[in-house]
Design a protein around this ligand. Sequence first.
Ligand code: DGJ
Length: 728
Amino acid sequence: MRSKEIFILSLLVFIAGYSKAQTINIPIETKSNALVLQVNSNKGLNIIHFGEKLGDPKEYAQIPSTYKQAEDYTGVLNSAYTPSGSRNLMEPAISVTHADGNNSLDLKYVSHNIFKIDENVTLTSILLKDPAYNFEVTLHYKTYYKEDVTEQWSVIKHHEKGNVILNKFASANLYVKADSYWLKQFHGDWAREMQPEEAKLTHGIKTLDTKLGTRANIFQPSVFMVSLDKIATEDEGKVLYGSLEWSGNFRIDLELDNQNNLRIIAGINNYASAYTLKPNEEFTTPPFLYTFSDKGKGDASRKLQSWARDYKILDGNGTRLTLLNNWEATYFDFNENKLFELIKDTKKLGVDLFLLDDGWFANKYPRNADNTGLGDWEANKTKLPNGISSLVREAKNNDVKFGIWIEPEMVSPKSELYEKHPEWVIKQPEREEYYYRNQLVLDLSNPEVQDFVYGIVDDLFTENPDLAYIKWDCNAVIYNAHSSYLKNQSHFYIEYVRGLYKVLERIRAKYPTVPIMLCSGGGGRVDYGALQYFTEFWLSDNTDPLERIFMQWEYSYFYPAIVSANHVTDWGKQPIKFRTDVAMMGKLGFDIVVSELEEKELAFCQAAIKLYDGLKSTIWHGDQYRLANPTEGQVASMLYIDESKSNGVIFNYLVGNRYGDNSKLPIRLKGLDANKKYSIKEVNLYPGTSSSIDSEKIYSGEFLMKIGFNPDVNARRTSVVLQLSEVE
Ligand code: DGJ
């Protein structure tokens, strides 16, 4: 949360007063990496190095200016924040129309500050000004030393005699030098989130973007990685991970230039969003987040995961609640008695919380299907004559907690809210309404709507102080983008997200720790801008465990297991053991009809939840090592190990059915202490089955990492969970 910056501790180094004809190097370093900026003799601020850092920072001064030739042709290719309309002819980071109508911008170095926020976090701020116009940009680089992570954003301001239009306003502009670049990007749709594609970047611009407004990531999330020189593997190669901390339209341009270097320009999508900036007003872009590793994708992802737990995700190092959700068990068809039974089943199963999903609200237009009632957040009197409080009480009587689903940003055309406040609804006044999942989006740029949305959550907690969990859904994109509140429609997409964050800030100010799941019809809105307010996210409505192995694998590059909400459901053909094993790889939940489980199935689930209690700390807080990639062989294998390297858990699955393909066995373990001794025991066995793994054997960490271990996954043992324990 931004408020963390309040903890700024010490040391303000102020380096101002630029002396003529002198170059200044500004190395922005983390433990292993450096982004080196250089102020050249024209006061231009350029990037001269991005990647591994040098032992002696003085040597950065000797980096040859390989971009000189390019200056003659196209302005400055390696600008740290590329302005447009003067000498630069490449994709700009910023493009403006000044108060006098002039379209040109030049930005020159003025000064920089280095704030050491604490032992690990440093904020470097660099002020740039246009010599011809009273216009300035401050570039901010917040580095997390240990994790090798940087958050970069810009603050744009002017003192001109009228408004300035910001036509483009990126958060960050990077310049990377390698022989070749390999982009791994993701695409998706409902129930098909995080589908990876990896390809060589060719010259020109590759754009990753979204214009969907809300549920912005459903077709394309903002996370990506770029391997340098060759495709990085799990353990080798240079790779940059990037993402924008913004829950709305984003745009990331990857431009391979005529010098064969890669320009990365990332920020809010300027599509339909030219921003009118008043004199003295500040426009702060969202942070662009990146990390770099020269040790492969695994190292990069562990850095990002550890940063996310320590600095970004709400309660990232805390605990989480296991739960039973009723969505797939009942859909909209339930009443108080049925829910009372499910609450009892929650207790019987042994999870912490019962989560009531969609369908509990609205009276004039009862929410019995997905086309009515959104916006009318009072309990439906037919289904729940005694309201939510009686359910919360029943949960308490059964010694479990109670959570509830809401979709507060949305409105059904058939709702009292729509009838009362048509002006709160996003729609074009002169055009026919167009629906996504039969619903429309509320105009969060309007402070009255912000109050309303905040009030939904606040009322629920005020009326039910024992309410312990919220699932916050968001199922529609924004069609016909138009706000009847805003005077300037070009501000709409930005003000929507700002409005959403204002509401979430208010909720967190009053309810700082209550767990809230970020859901968007699945993983339609997963980003670190949102995750600072949420404790977990719903990856996808697709819970087929086979699909989930692949999907969780891809999400895990960017997000730690503690935020990954995985539920056991009836999707897919795998037995309950397989489904439970897969769900245990993050934050475990269930969405099944407990009363329909066979005796053995129920006994298995109950035992699995107890086992999970002992493993969850390693899964949530430990380091994750990808051992066998499901896209590359018959077996998927993922290891989690705690900080002391004493306790681990390895999940192994059969994902292919080709006869006799043992080429990837045994599986070499990673991240262990070579000098420690370990035993490996198979856990989470289905009742009545026995393990083929000899848990009496002792192995050195060295053996397990150099020779490996065969989890004995086969057609009769399609999912195998192994507990790794240090033997003294
Ligand atoms: C979409 C979510 O992803 C589901 O889990 C469920 O909550 C439905 N919405 C309810 O409408």
